[in-house]
Design a protein around this ligand. Structure first.
Ligand code: BES
Ligand code: MN
Ligand code: ZN
Length: 503
């Protein structure tokens, strides 16, 4: 879908569909009243018949005939006026979906009411939402339905300011840039969704390497290294390799680097959990819990896909993306319970549960990240624990950090990106649960506080670096569509990562 910005009057648009976001009562909206007048009162009459109240997800359609050059007019419900970034994003998705339902090839979308302060984020979010709303993972469906005919052209009209014309933000030039930014982030998020949704048979460790290489090929500012098992062994990444030992598919360590044109202001490293399938290993998951475990590379998908958007948008920082990819399976060669592993940093770890594999791969990935990239800021993103979902519900990611300032900055970025994240404590009292009688540590604790003990395990491998750990086991995938989020992989964290890395 091509997305363009125009400052021309939306009433002159000859698009197949003119979509007008509305907060609350449509009769209170001056722009809706203007359209209604052109239609001889038919639009508001229709809205009244359908009891359209501008609620999120509501829509109301009228056909102007000769009254306007566009083919149809749709009111798009946006909720209340004090809209959040996530709500603006949903508006873009709702408008897209109405366009697709009406088989519109061209869609003209009027920005929801904005002020000088909110102009750019509203424009970005609406564009991002339209791209996210267009997402379908239907490559394995033989018979595509007629509703899947996509909108080809989206024109965003910026002509709807509340109060004074903004001086800085909200000028056509910045709106145009914000829309492009939203479209780029939306596309990267869809890319991450594709990676998560792809079956593990195809989206295996070496395939992640290929995807990273493709992204690097697109951008002269990005380079990539893909290490095989031999190279990882030489680096001493025994703890990581142990997890993939039960699989016939080789593990891969993928390291992407973005270098800015000028001297970098700081180094930021994003690590992603890349378990392309998690059977649990000998601590085998029951089938009902295993069935979705192709999503256990949601963190990897987020960091790899975000790199594409970061390079497109540009960043003043040196950015590294690292993901240790493997499959957690059972075989005659698989990791055993009671095994003691030698981590890259020298720590010995007794494996008391082979299903707590993410922290084993991440422990070594974090050591690699510190040794090879000396980051000023270190992040990891992982579908790490079911316990984080028990604590926060399925839509919110848990944020753990050893650094107050970085945690605050990160949560701000997540808020601007419209993603739900919540700070969790790394309570030192729980650390005793990770004591082993025969090694420096064991890899799992008790049931209560499971997301925290996982975080404490990772923290052990982070030395003095400012670090944030994001447990996205819940939000990485969802089982039903809602607003700009589709069923399956969500691409969660891409938007926040890009926000943090490019502002
Ligand atoms: N990949 C899972 C966590 C997960 C669960 C992600 C559900 C997404 C949805 C992780 O490797 C795991 O199995 N964690 C265990 C840890 C336990 C054995 C200490 C868990 O959460 O039960
Ligand atoms: Mn597991
Ligand atoms: Zn896992």
């Amino acid at each position: 879908m091509e997305i363009t910005y125009t400052s021309s009057a939306p009433l002159k648009s000859n698009a197949d569909l003119l979509a007008i976001p509305v907060y609350g009562d449509p009769a209170e909206d001056a722009f809706v009243r203007a359209v209604d007048e052109a239609l001889g009162g038919r639009l508001l009459a229709q809205a009244a018949t359908e009891s359209f109240k501008g609620k999120p997800g509501q829509s109301c359609i009228a056909y102007p005939g000769d009254a306007l050059p566009c083919g149809a007019v749709a009111l798009i419900g946006g909720g209340n006026k004090k809209t959040t970034n996530a709500a603006s994003r949903n508006i873009g998705a709702y408008a897209y979906k109405v366009g697709r339902r009406l088989k519109a090839k061209t869609l003209a979308l009027v920005l929801p009411p904005f002020t000088a302060r909110t102009a750019d984020s509203v424009a970005q979010m609406v564009a991002e939402g339209a791209v996210l709303g267009s997402y379908k993972f239907n490559k394995y469906i033989s018979e595509k339905t007629a509703t899947e005919q996509p909108v080809a052209m989206l024109t965003i009209h910026g002509d709807r300011v509340v109060g004074k014309r903004p001086k800085k933000g909200g000028a056509p030039r910045t709106l145009k840039a914000s829309i492009a930014r939203g479209a780029t982030i939306g596309a990267a998020t869809c890319h991450a969704r594709d990676m998560v949704n792809e079956p593990a048979e195809f989206l295996n460790p070496s395939e992640v390497g290929n995807i990273a290489k493709e992204i690097a090929k697109k951008h002269p500012s990005v380079s990539v290294k893909v290490l095989g098992e031999k190279e990882c062994e030489k680096l001493g990444m025994t703890m990581f390799l142990a997890v993939g030992r039960g699989s016939d598919r080789e593990s891969r360590l993928i390291h992407m680097t973005y270098k800015p044109a000028r001297k970098a202001k700081k180094v930021i490293t994003f690590v992603g959990k890349g378990v392309t399938f998690d059977s649990g290993g000998y601590s085998l998951k029951p089938s009902s819990a295993m069935v979705d475990m192709k999503i256990d590379m949601g963190g990897c998908a987020a960091v790899v896909s975000a790199m594409d958007a970061i390079a497109t948008i540009g960043s003043p920082y040196e950015i590294h993306v690292i993901t240790a990819c493997c499959e957690n399976l059972v075989s005659g060669n698989a990791l055993l319970l009671g095994d003691v592993l030698n981590a890259m940093d020298g720590t010995t770890v007794e494996v008391t549960n082979t299903d707590a594999e993410g922290r084993l791969t991440l422990g070594d990935a974090l050591t690699y990240a510190q040794e090879k990239t000396s980051p000023d800021e270190l992040f990891d993103f992982a579908t790490l624990t079911g316990a984080s979902m028990v604590a926060l519900g399925a839509h919110t990611a848990g944020v753990f950090s050893n650094n107050e300032k970085l945690a605050r900055t990160w949560l701000k970025a997540a808020d601007s990106a419209g993603e739900d994240m919540w700070r969790m404590p790394l309570n030192k009292k729980l650390k005793s649960q990770l004591k082993s009688p025969i090694a420096d540590m064991r890899n799992n604790g008790e049931r209560y506080g499971g997301a925290i003990t996982a975080g404490l395990f990772l923290e052990h491998f982070v030395k003095d670096t400012a670090w944030v750990h994001v447990d996205l086991a819940g939000p990485a995938s969802v089982n039903r569509e809602s607003g700009s989020t589709m069923r399956g992989g969500t691409g969660f964290a891409v938007a926040s990562i890009v926000e943090h890395a490019t502002r």
